[in-house]
Design a binder for this molecule. Structure first.
Ligand SMILES: [Zn+2]
Length: 431
């Protein structure tokens, strides 16, 4: 980034933690120590949606005020916010189910923040878009974020829209986590639920599921997913019986339901319940005191690091549909660089990437786009993210700086058009 770039207050709102910092005029992350629990539905399940929204805005505003007080010399008046929801370029929420366990469609987050942060310029981007900007020097690639949810963004430096991402006119796109990857599993689950509800009328009538339908014959996959997501034990038990996963959005068997961090934890718990003897002998059991309910991402990561076969199998299942999605999108768009960002994938680290690579190897057939691809090509396809926890913070700051550069006729590296042309000519001469 150019030395004249404006320092930016950067905020990363994840489902679990919110972090703040400053991206300096030299592109260095400063004062990024603050990490607070996000006041979302996971932390405050009993609060109303409007209370959660107000608390989030207040939390962000307070952190920004404190940062400005700590660094008066920087004249901080530009704010970049990366947030883990589907959001338009105008800052209107389209789907916040992972953060608030409700879509909250139409909520004008940008206006609410600008009203609270009077006098500051507020820029908002989806967090995966921000993470892509952390890696913009790769030129053309797809970034997947694998954490509480899953989404992707395709970056192409040749694009001329605000984000240089492949998106629609509202800057939406890449929310592939909530698309079914195994719809037959959803239909299997609803057929199973219809017959079980008739076999167990009392349990059914006492369930949340019964409140969503007028009789058992009407149970559809969406009803089961919604009930399970809201904690209905009857619906969760039925899904467990047919081994069908649900997602926080209420869908069954979508990509998030298999490959997000919480989904992989639930897969691990299901596998442990299905084979208690194997679980008790596994290293995974050592990292959760032998308690199935205590299996978490940390335990899976630690067990995978000591090559526990059960943990490796869990990661194998958790990366299968992700690998399929990667190959489909690479072939569709002609991509050969895939950045995997997000706390879960990078938190587990090497065992996660090995599991993903094994699935890619199993699924890739060397025809069409992949004709002549070698094992080395496949090995170099996947790139772990550079900064893991800081990707979104640095990326959102770079994106805001690029927008400010663009307003003053410069490219995203802060070069004027004349400087860029002269550098390109020099490069051509050297070639
Ligand atoms: Zn979903």
């Amino acid at each position: 980034m150019t030395e004249q770039a404006t320092p930016i207050i950067v905020v990363d709102v994840g489902s679990t933690y919110t972090r703040v910092g400053i991206l300096s005029s030299q592109g260095v992350l400063l004062d990024d120590r603050v990490r607070i629990r996000t006041p979302g539905a996971a932390l405050l399940p009993d609060q109303s949606l409007s209370d959660l929204q107000s608390q989030l805005i207040e939390t962000i505003a307070q952190q920004i005020e404190q940062l400005r007080q700590r660094h008066p010399e920087l004249g901080l008046n530009q704010v970049g916010i990366a947030i883990g929801v589907a959001i338009t370029c105008q800052g209107i929420v389209m789907d916040a189910s992972v953060l608030w366990h409700q879509r909250a469609q139409g909520f004008d987050l940008a206006s609410a923040l600008r009203h609270r942060l009077d006098g500051l310029t507020v820029w908002i981007q989806n967090d995966a878009a921000a993470m892509a900007w952390r890696h913009y020097k790769l030129g053309r690639f797809i970034l997947y974020t694998v954490s509480t949810g899953i989404s992707c963004k395709v970056f192409d430096r040749k694009l001329t829209n605000m984000s240089q991402l492949v998106l629609d006119d509202d800057e939406l796109g890449g929310e592939l986590g909530h698309v079914s990857v195994a719809p037959e599993k959803g239909w299997l689950a609803s057929n199973h639920a219809q017959s079980r509800a008739q076999q167990m009328p009392t349990a059914f009538q006492n369930s949340l599921l019964a409140k969503l339908v007028s009789n058992a014959h009407e149970i559809q996959p969406g009803h089961l997913g919604l009930a399970a997501m809201r904690g209905d034990q009857f619906a969760q038990q039925l899904l467990h019986e047919v081994d069908v996963p649900y997602c926080e959005c209420g869908n069954l068997a979508d990509l998030c339901a298999y490959s997000s961090g919480p989904a992989i934890v639930r897969t691990a718990q299901r596998m442990a319940q299905h084979n208690m003897a194997r679980f008790q002998k596994s290293r995974l059991a050592d990292f959760c005191n032998g308690q199935i309910n205590a299996i978490d991402t940390y335990a899976i990561a630690e067990a995978a690091k000591v090559a526990d076969p059960l943990a490796e199998e869990i990661l194998g299942q958790g990366t299968f549909f992700l690998a399929l999605s990667i190959l489909q999108l690479c072939a569709a768009l002609g991509l050969s660089q895939v950045v995997i960002a997000g706390g879960f994938a990078n938190g587990v680290g090497q065992p996660y990437f090995e599991a993903l690579h094994r699935n890619l190897t199993r699924l890739l057939f060397p025809s069409g786009f992949f004709t002549n691809w070698t094992a080395a090509d496949l090995r170099s396809l996947i790139l772990p993210s550079v900064d893991t926890d800081n990707d979104a913070l640095i990326g959102i700051g770079r994106w805001v700086q690029a927008q400010l550069n663009s307003q003053s006729g410069k490219n995203c590296d802060g070069e004027t058009i004349a400087q860029e042309q002269s550098r390109t000519k020099l490069k051509e001469r050297l070639l």
